[in-house]
Design a protein around this ligand. Structure first.
Ligand code: AMP
Length: 549
């Protein structure tokens, strides 16, 4: 017997309709690529999104056709999120930090029909657009007075002219909730990038779950600053979640340096921000070097790579900003686990609480997880056993676009490629990416642990730990680090800093100081590049020190 409740498909347009009707006066503030700050309301945004939906249809996008964006976080990008998906087309957010060849490959693979871009990306668009066979139009996301001149793009269109040419009399179409809504490519550190095609249903369910108190904890009382780019897994879903809960949104545009972010946070009364650790490094350095503080910011969501405990302590102890450590993947829309203490854990000592917070957290409802050994058998949740993390749930990839790579699932579970432990309370901790694992004498050394220790040194700005081939142990850990400006830290001092913090045989064999560490398109350390750069590195003889001679 069926229940007797209404059938309403879960559609992205309903998030916008809700925000317009119930939070119409809530603000969206954007620092623009044109250099100024733009401010309007959800009501204004919804009206412009309807006009834009009509404009996109007029450009001849096919049913389910892909509309690409190459843009920073801002209100026009937000309008595209709703106009494109809401009208039944697919929003494809391209990552402008990729190499032009890779971007062209992805856009061609996705069969993008229209390309919307921020004016700063004109040279990139000029390089890739002529290579895209199915491209019907390029649109510069600006007003007439800022339109760039381009001989390479003769039919270049102007975003504001397209919007002005339409009225907002438009009904969002109702269709099957399983219809594709948006498309993101994986970072492709191994092989070609693969397309993850989200649906309206998966997106709306993910939005509900990510807004919950033990998840990202968002409400209409918040002012949310997504520093995580809208081209990085839909800014972790924040443009959808803000509409669902009616939070004020603040978009930073291209200015992601510490000074610009701090000014925006203070002026706009930001209560919660979200981004990868590398971005917060710049913000914290700026705040600490200038003796500043955070008047309104209470929480910061940190994910994308492991949040070093030293960064957590800086935010929490020195600035009274609570860190919400989260783990996710492009394949998970992205939120999988969030580290929120359970009630019984609040009474623990600060050091016990800190140890829990260093973990990536508990599964949000909708995501199930397990860890498995090499033989595929499930491992115990004792916080010690580590194995590959597997997940399943309604916002997790079932297949990549075009069936690339075959069936990604193993017995209905998605193998994440992350190596993790899960403790008895259900807190998961990533110890490594399986391809970054350091295998020394047949046993694993957790590179994230070693990085966290190195980064806790007050004179270290950033550090990464990679495996270097070793004649006796197969691989040994090497720390590659950048000193803070003016620091005089030596190799020996940093190596001594590990004493007593880990098993002796985990102690890195060597430290190399560099000027910069290579970061990928989403701000993560490119370990494969580092491994390549240091594969010939001659490690000193450390048998005596790591005690396994
Ligand atoms: P992406 O699909 O580019 O978002 O990358 C997903 C990968 O980033 C995951 O599989 C993890 O290896 C890594 N990652 C994401 N969040 C965290 C975190 N909080 N701690 C450690 N690694 C993370």
């Amino acid at each position: 017997m069926n229940g007797l409740m209404m059938q309403q498909p879960l559609l992205i347009s309903s998030l916008l309709t809700h925000a317009e009707r119930h939070h119409g006066e809530q603000q969206i503030v954007s620092r623009r690529v044109e250099g100024d700050v733009h401010r309007y309301t959800f009501r204004d945004m919804a009206a412009r999104a309807r006009r834009l939906a009509k404009a996109v249809a007029r450009l001849g996008v096919s049913d389910g056709g892909r509309v690409a964006t190459l843009a920073w976080n801002g209100y026009r990008h937000m309008e595209l999120y709703y106009a494109v998906s809401g009208s039944g087309a697919v929003l494809h957010t391209l990552n402008p930090r990729l190499h032009a060849d890779q971007m062209a490959w992805i856009a061609q693979h996705a069969r993008d029909e229209i390309l919307f871009f921020d004016i700063g990306f004109l040279p990139l668009v000029e390089a890739i657009a002529p290579r895209l066979a199915g491209l019907k139009a390029c649109v510069a996301m600006t007003a007439r007075e800022h339109m760039p001149q381009s001989t390479a793009l003769p039919g270049l269109l102007c975003f504001e002219e397209l919007v002005e040419a339409e009225d907002d009399a438009y009904e969002w179409p109702v269709f099957d909730e399983n219809t594709a809504s948006s498309l993101c490519y994986t970072s492709g550190t191994t092989g070609n990038p693969k397309g993850v095609l989200y649906s309206h249903r998966s997106t709306v369910l993910h939005t509900y779950a990510s807004a919950l108190p033990d998840s990202l904890n968002l409400s209409s009382r918040d002012t949310v600053l997504p520093v995580v780019p809208m081209f990085h897994v839909n800014a972790w879903g924040l443009p959808y979640a803000a509409s669902m809960v009616g939070a004020k949104l603040v978009f930073p545009g291209p200015a992601l340096d510490g000074a610009s972010l701090h000014e925006l946070i203070e002026r706009q009364g930001v209560t919660v921000s979200a981004g990868v650790p590398t971005v917060w490094q710049g913000l914290l350095a700026h705040v600490e070097n200038h003796g500043l503080n955070f008047a309104s910011m209470r929480r910061t969501i940190i994910g994308g790579s492991a949040c070093p405990p030293a960064m957590m302590r800086a935010f929490q102890d020195r600035h009274d900003v609570q860190v919400i450590h989260a783990w996710g993947m492009t394949e998970l829309s992205p939120v999988g686990t969030v580290c929120a203490l359970k009630g019984s854990q609040r009474a623990l000592t600060a050091s016990r609480r800190n140890a829990i917070q260093a973990k990536q957290g508990r599964a949000v409802f909708g995501v199930d997880m397990k860890i498995v050994g090499d033989d595929g058998a499930e491992l115990r949740w004792d916080g010690q056993a580590s194995g590959e993390l597997m997940v399943r749930g309604p916002w997790i990839v079932a297949q990549y676009l075009g069936g690339e790579g075959g069936d990604p699932l193993a017995d209905g579970w998605f193998p994440t490629g992350d190596v993790a432990t899960i403790d008895a309370d259900g807190f998961m901790q990533i110890t490594d990416r399986s391809k970054d694992v350091i295998k020394s004498g047949g046993e694993w050394i957790g590179s994230i642990d070693l990085e966290n220790i190195a980064m806790a040194h007050p004179q270290v700005a950033i550090a990464a730990c990679v495996a270097v081939p070793h004649p006796r142990w197969d691989e040994r850990p090497l720390i590659v680090a950048v000193r803070k400006p003016g620091a005089t830290l030596t190799r020996e001092e940093l190596l001594r800093f590990f004493d007593g913090k880990i098993a002796r045989w985990w102690t890195p064999d060597d430290v190399v100081f560099v000027d910069a560490i290579p970061l990928g398109a989403t701000g993560k350390v490119l370990k494969n590049k580092l491994r390549d750069a240091f594969k010939e590195h001659r490690l000193p003889d450390t048998e005596a020190r790591h005690g396994r001679a």
